[in-house]
Design a protein around this ligand. Structure first.
Ligand code: FES
Length: 64
C-alpha cells in the first residue's frame, strides 16, 4: 500500500527506514530521496513511523 501518492512511497518502505533512521516523516522521505509535495499524507505517515518504531522497540529519538 502506498502511504504517499505524490512520491510513490510504500508503507513498507517507510516502516523500514523508520526502524533504522532518525527523524520525522519528512526527514525519512528525504532519506528515501523524496520530498513531501502536497503534504496530505504527512499525518498518516507520522502514525506509521510511530507504529513501526513502537513495534520494533526503537526509541523515538535515534542518534543522527
Ligand atoms: S501524498 Fe505525500 S506529498 Fe502528496
Amino acid at each position: 500500500m502506498y502511504i504517499c501518492i505524490c512520491n510513490a512511497i510504500k508503507e513498507a518502505d517507510l516502516r523500514e527506514v523508520a526502524r533504522c533512521c532518525a527523524g520525522n516523516a519528512e526527514d525519512l522521505y528525504r532519506k528515501l530521496g523524496r520530498e513531501p509535495m502536497c503534504y496530505q499524507c504527512i499525518d498518516e505517515a507520522e502514525r506509521v513511523v510511530e507504529d513501526a518504531r513502537a513495534a520494533a522497540n526503537v526509541p523515538a529519538t535515534l542518534p543522527h
